[in-house]
Ligand binder design. Structure first.
Ligand code: OTU
Length: 654
C-alpha cells in the first residue's frame, strides 16, 4: 500500500542507508520493504507513537533490517526466493519433527551432528533444538533464562558448530528450529547487569518499581506461572533497591516492550538466528509480551501487534524464516497467534496445538473420546497458510487447559474432572497405572499440572516394573495410537526425544539442588545410546516402539491427504471410545478414514453411522499402515484395544 506520510519518512531513511550501504545489492530488500513498509510503520506507530524520538527509532528499525539483510548468507537468500515460490512448503505431510535438548540427545553440537543419521533412520526431518545459549550456572530454567542471546553455552559448543550443523542439515533436506526467548532475559544478561549498575537506558529495558504500589496493583489480576518455585510476579533486587517484574522464575526478568529499543533489539536477535540458518524460530511465551495493570498480562492486543510487527519485519529481511508461537493458553486464544489475516495481519505460521495435546491425555485417562470430540469441535478454524504442531509430550508439564464449557457440555463437573485427571496421572486414583508427578500446584486456585514422560504416564514404566507383558503390550499400543493421531490430524507432528524408544522418567534430577524442585526435569532425559541400540533387537521395548513408529512416519509421508489444508471432517459416531475422522486430498478427491480406539477392549464401528454426504460409500477397505483388510463383520468394523487404522477404499488404492 502507498501512503504519503510513511513513504516520506522511508525516503529520508533510505537516503542515509544508501550512503552507508552503497555497494550492496539491496534489490530484493527494497522490494520487500516497499511492500511491507506501510504496515510496519502503522504498527510501529500504534505501539510507539508517543515516544519523543519516534522517527529516530523508526530509522533504527529499518537500519536493523537492512544490516541483517546484508549479513544474510547467500545460500539463505536463495532459499528465501525458493520459499517465496513454494510458500506452502511447511504444510506438506512430508514434515516430521522432533524436539530435543542438545545435551540430552547428544553430548554437544558436534556430537548431535554426528547423530543426524538417527533422524534419517526414523524419518525425522525437522529438528527443534531447545535453547543452547549461555545461562546462569544453577538458574537456567532448562535454557530459558538467557544471559547472552548470541553466545552458545561453552559446554555445548560454538556459534560455528551451529552454522556447520545448519548447513549439513540443509544439505540433508532437514529443517532446523531454534528458540528466541522473547519475553525475558536472565538477571545475568548485560542489560540486566547495566540496569543494576544504575544505567537509566537499561533500566528502561525492564519493568522496575521503587515500591510495591504498582506491583500490588498488577498482582491483583496476574496469575502465578510457577506458584510453588516462584510465587508472585515481582522480585526485590537488593542492588537496585527496586522490584523487578519476574513473571516466570525470579531470575527471569521480563522485557519491557513499551520501549521501542527493546523491540528492535529482539528483532535483531530473531534475524541473527535466522541468519545462522534457523529455518523456523520458536518464539517463547508470546502470550506474555504486553503487560497492563488490571489485566492478566496475557493475550493482550498489543502482544499480537508486536508479533505482527516482528513478522512483517522478518519478511523483509528473511522471508523464508517461519515463526512458531509458543502460547500455551486457552483454545480460543491460541488460534489468534496465527494472526487475523494471512496477508494483512499475519503473526506466526505455526503454533503448538496445546489443546489437542491436553485432550488426548483426557481420552487416555478416561478411555473415552467425549471431551476430545467436544474440544476438537470447539477448536476455532485457523487461517490459511497456518499449521499446528501436534504433540503428545514436550519438555514442559501438561496443563489441563480445556474450556470449562466443553467439560460441562460432555457431562463432567470442571473442578472434579480436573482433579480426577490430576490424581490419575500422579498415580493416586484407584488402580491408575500412570507414574507422573505434580507440577505447579497452586493452593490458592486449586490449579495443578502434571510432569512425566510419555512412557511413564501411559503405564509402560509400571508394566516394566511389574514385568507384566500384557500391560507392556497395551502401553506400547497406546503409545503408537497417540502417534497415529498426531501424524494424521493435520499439522506437523512433533515427537519428543526419547519417546520413540519408550524412555521412562529419570529421577536423578532429585539429586541436583538446582533442579530438585522442578519435576519437569523428570522428562528431560539423557539418552542411553546402548539402550537405543535395542531398536535393532526384535522383542525389546525399544524395537517394538521404534520400528512401528518409523513405519507410521514413512506411510504418512506418502499420503497427500495428510497435508494440512484444513481438510479434515470429524465423524460423530455412537461409540464413545473411538476417534474417527476423514482427511481429504484437495486435489485428487481421495480420502483417508482415521479410526482410533482409546479403550482397552475391542470396539466396533457401524460404518452406516458415518456421515456419507462427503463421499459415496465405504466399499472394501484397506488399512494403509498394515496394508491388510481390517476385520469386518458385515458393515461393522472391528478395532482391537488401543488400535488405529488409516483406511482407504481398496479399489482406489490399487
Ligand atoms: C515456556 O513455557 C517454556 O517452554 C518453558 O520451558 C519455560 O520455563 C517458560 O516458557 C519460561 O521461559 O510460557 O506460554 O506451564 O507451559 O511456562 C506458555 C509452563 C509458557 C509452561 C509455560 C510456557
Amino acid at each position: 500500500m502507498y501512503e504519503q506520510e510513511s513513504f516520506s519518512l522511508l525516503n529520508e531513511i533510505l537516503v542515509d542507508l544508501e550512503i552507508e550501504f552503497k555497494q550492496e545489492d539491496l534489490r530484493h530488500f527494497y522490494t520487500r520493504l516497499g511492500a511491507n513498509f506501510y504496515t510496519i510503520y502503522s504498527l510501529f506507530k500504534l505501539l510507539y507513537a508517543d515516544h519523543a524520538d519516534f522517527s529516530i527509532h523508526a530509522r533504527h528499525l529499518v537500519e536493523t533490517m537492512a544490516r541483517q539483510y546484508i549479513n544474510r548468507p547467500k545460500a539463505l537468500k536463495k532459499l528465501d526466493i525458493d520459499r517465496e515460490k513454494d510458500h506452502n512448503w511447511f504444510l506438506s505431510q512430508q514434515w516430521i519433527g522432533m524436539a530435543l535438548y542438545c545435551d540430552g540427545f547428544a553430548n554437544d553440537l558436534k556430537d548431535l551432528k554426528s547423530k543426524l543419521h538417527y533422524f534419517q533412520e526414523l524419518g525425522i526431518n525437522l529438528v527443534h533444538i531447545m535453547p543452547i545459549l549461555k545461562c546462569p550456572l544453577d538458574e537456567c530454567d532448562g535454557g530459558y533464562a538467557i544471559s547472552d542471546f548470541r553466545k552458545i553455552d561453552e559446554k555445548i559448543g560454538t556459534l560455528e558448530d551451529v552454522t556447520t550443523l545448519a548447513n549439513e542439515m540443509r544439505t540433508q533436506e532437514m529443517a532446523l528450529v531454534m528458540d528466541v526467548v522473547v519475553n525475558h532475559t536472565s538477571y545475568e544478561h548485560e542489560w540486566a547487569q547495566r540496569a543494576r549498575d544504575g544505567e537509566k537506558k537499561y533500566q528502561d529495558y525492564f519493568y522496575l518499581f521503587d515500591n510495591r504500589e504498582i506491583p500490588d496493583m498488577f498482582e491483583k489480576n496476574m496469575p502465578e506461572i510457577f506458584p510453588e518455585i516462584a510465587p508472585g510476579n515481582f522480585t526485590w533486587d537488593e542492588q537496585m533497591e527496586k522490584w523487578v517484574m519476574t513473571v516466570f522464575n525470579n531470575y527471569q526478568w521480563d522485557l519491557n516492550y513499551n520501549n521501542p529499543e527493546v523491540f528492535i533489539e529482539m528483532l535483531d536477535i530473531i534475524l541473527f538466528w535466522a541468519n545462522q540458518g534457523a529455518d523456523i524460530v520458536r518464539l517463547d511465551a508470546v502470550a506474555f509480551l504486553w503487560k497492563k495493570v488490571g489485566s492478566t498480562c496475557q493475550n493482550e492486543r498489543e502482544a499480537h501487534l508486536i508479533l505482527q510487527l516482528m513478522k512483517d519485519c522478518c519478511q523483509v529481511t528473511a522471508p523464508g524464516t517461519l515463526f512458531i508461537a509458543e502460547a500455551i493458553v486457552m483454545p480460543v486464544e491460541i488460534v489468534k497467534y496465527f494472526g487475523e489475516d494471512a496477508v494483512n495481519a499475519k503473526e506466526c505460521e505455526i503454533a503448538y496445538n496445546a489443546t489437542l495435546m491436553a485432550l488426548i491425555w483426557d481420552a487416555v485417562a478416561t478411555k473415552n473420546t467425549k471431551l476430545l470430540y467436544q474440544g476438537i469441535k470447539s477448536l476455532p478454524d485457523k487461517l490459511e497458510r497456518a499449521t499446528w504442531l501436534n504433540y503428545i509430550r514436550c519438555h514442559d508439564d501438561i496443563g489441563l487447559g480445556f474450556d470449562d464449557a466443553d467439560i460441562i457440555a460432555v457431562g463432567y463437573e470442571p473442578i472434579a474432572h480436573r482433579r480426577f485427571l490430576f490424581d490419575y496421572y500422579t498415580g493416586v486414583y484407584g488402580d491408575s497405572i500412570a507414574k507422573g508427578m505434580p507440577f505447579g500446584r497452586n493452593n490458592k486456585t486449586g490449579d495443578a499440572r502434571i510432569s512425566g514422560s510419555l512412557a511413564s504416564l501411559i503405564g509402560l514404566q509400571k508394566g516394566l516394573e511389574d514385568s507384566n507383558e500384557a500391560d507392556i503390550e497395551n502401553a506400547i499400543q497406546h503409545i503408537l495410537l497417540l502417534h497415529s493421531i498426531i501424524m494424521s490430524f493435520g499439522g506437523i507432528p512433533l515427537l519428543y526425544y526419547g519417546d520413540e524408544i519408550g524412555t521412562i522418567n529419570d529421577n536423578t534430577y532429585l539429586d541436583d539442588v538446582s533442579k530438585a524442585n522442578d519435576s519437569r526435569w523428570a522428562h528431560r532425559p539423557k539418552i542411553d545410546w546402548d539402550k537405543a541400540e535395542n531398536r535393532n533387537k526384535p522383542g525389546t521395548v525399544e524395537y517394538r516402539i521404534f520400528n512401528p513408529l518409523k513405519h507410521l512416519i514413512s506411510v504418512r509421508k506418502e499420503i497427500t491427504c495428510f497435508a494440512d489444508f484444513n481438510n479434515r471432517v470429524l465423524h460423530n459416531v455412537p461409540n464413545t471410545h473411538l476417534l474417527v475422522f476423514s482427511r481429504f486430498d484437495i486435489h485428487k478427491h481421495g480420502h483417508v478414514l482415521v479410526v482410533g480406539n482409546f479403550d482397552s477392549s475391542p470396539q466396533y464401528l457401524d460404518m452406516d453411522t458415518l456421515n456419507k454426504t462427503a463421499f459415496n460409500q465405504y466399499g472394501p477397505m484397506i488399512d494403509l499402515i498394515s496394508k491388510c483388510k481390517p476385520t469386518m463383520f458385515k458393515n461393522q468394523l472391528v478395532i482391537p484395544p488401543f488400535h488405529y487404522y488409516w483406511l482407504v477404499d481398496s479399489e482406489r488404492y490399487r
